[in-house]
Design a protein around this ligand. Structure first.
Ligand code: ATP
Length: 255
C-alpha cells in the first residue's frame, strides 16, 4: 500500500535572489507502507531538505507530495504542527530530549500536546519501554543516562503516537559503533512489526540495515539499491561501491 507519493518535487531557496540555491531539482519517489528506506548522498545533495519537506518543516517550491491522502503542499500553516504530531515520528542525531523533564515525560510529550488521557499514555508506554529496554530508565532524567540510552528514549517518543512514518536524521551520528548497531537492529525490529521508516545517513553501514537505499545527487534521485535477497555484507559492499562511484563521478558500474 502506498504511504507517501512524491512527484517532481523542487525546492529553491532564496528564489530570484543572487544567493538562489536549487536544493531539490526533480525528486519523484514512492514509499510503501512497511518500507525502511535509507537516504544517502554527499554533503549538500539535498537529503535534509527532502526530509524537512516530508516533515512539513519546509514547503516545496513546486511538485506534489501526498502522505496517506494528505496533500502536504496545501496543508495550512496552522494544521502543520498537529499533522506532524499525529502522523510523523522524529529521531534526530542529537536526541533533542528536554533535560527538565524525566525520560517518561519526554516520551509522553507528543501525547500531552495532543491531549491524550494519562491512563492511555501509561497503557501505551509499557510495551514500548519493554521492547526498547528502557523500563528502568523512565524515572531518570536525560542528563543521567548514556547517549545510546537517550536515543532509545527518543525512539520511544517517536513510536508512542503510532506514527504512519518515522523520519530519522543521522540517528547514529552521535553513537559509538555498538550503540549504533543496537539502534539499527531496533529499527529493523520496529520495521518488521510494520513501522515505515525513512532515515538519512552518511554511513554505508547504517544504510545496510535498511531495505532500500536511495542516493540523492544534485537534487535528483540518482541511484537506488534494494536489499532483496542479499546478505547484509553483500548489501553493505554494494552501498559502499555505489557511494564511492557517485563521489568519484564514475557511473559506469552503477546500472
Ligand atoms: N535555509 C536554506 N537557505 C539557503 N540554502 C539552503 C538552506 N538549507 C539548505 N540550503 C542549501 O541547499 C542545499 C542542500 O542542503 P541540504 O541541507 O538539504 O543537504 P544535505 O544533503 O542534507 O547535506 P548534509 O549531508 O551536509 O547535511 C545546499 O546547497 C545547502 O547549502
Amino acid at each position: 500500500m502506498n504511504l507517501l507519493k512524491i512527484n517532481h518535487l523542487q525546492k529553491v531557496f532564496n528564489e530570484n535572489q543572487p544567493n538562489q540555491v536549487e536544493a531539490l531539482k526533480d525528486i519523484s519517489l514512492n514509499v510503501e507502507k512497511g518500507d525502511f528506506i535509507a537516504i544517502m548522498g554527499e554533503s549538500g545533495a539535498g537529503k535534509s531538505t527532502l526530509l524537512n519537506i516530508i516533515a512539513t518543516l519546509e514547503k516545496a517550491t513546486s511538485g506534489q507530495i501526498v502522505l496517506n491522502g494528505t496533500d502536504l503542499m496545501t496543508l495550512k500553516e496552522k494544521k502543520r504542527a498537529q499533522f506532524r504530531r499525529e502522523h510523523l515520528g522524529f529521531i534526530f542525531q542529537q536526541f533533542n530530549l528536554l533535560d527538565t523533564l524525566t525520560n517518561k515525560d519526554n516520551i509522553f510529550l507528543p501525547l500531552v500536546l495532543s491531549k491524550v488521557k494519562y491512563s492511555e499514555m501509561e497503557k501505551r508506554i509499557t510495551p514500548i519501554a519493554q521492547q526498547l529496554g528502557i523500563t528502568k530508565l523512565l524515572d531518570r532524567y536525560p542528563y543521567e543516562i548514556s547517549g545510546g540510552q537517550k536515543q532509545r528514549i527518543a525512539v520511544a517518543r517517536a513510536l508512542i503516537t503510532n506514527p504512519e512514518l518515522i523520519l530519522a536524521d543521522e540517528p547514529t551520528g552521535a553513537l559509538d559503533s555498538s550503540n549504533s548497531e543496537r539502534l539499527l537492529r531496533l529499527f529493523q525490529t520496529i520495521n518488521q512489526n510494520g513501522q515505515t521508516i525513512m532515515m538519512v545517513t552518511h554511513s554505508a553501514l547504517a544504510a545496510s540495515y535498511s531495505k532500500k537505499v536511495i542516493f540523492i545527487k544534485d537534487g535528483i534521485v540518482f541511484h537506488e539499491l534494494n536489499h532483496g535477497q542479499n546478505s547484509e555484507n553483500q548489501f553493505l559492499s554494494q552501498i559502499s561501491q555505489a557511494a564511492l562511484a557517485i563521489q568519484e563521478g564514475d557511473y559506469n558500474d552503477l546500472h
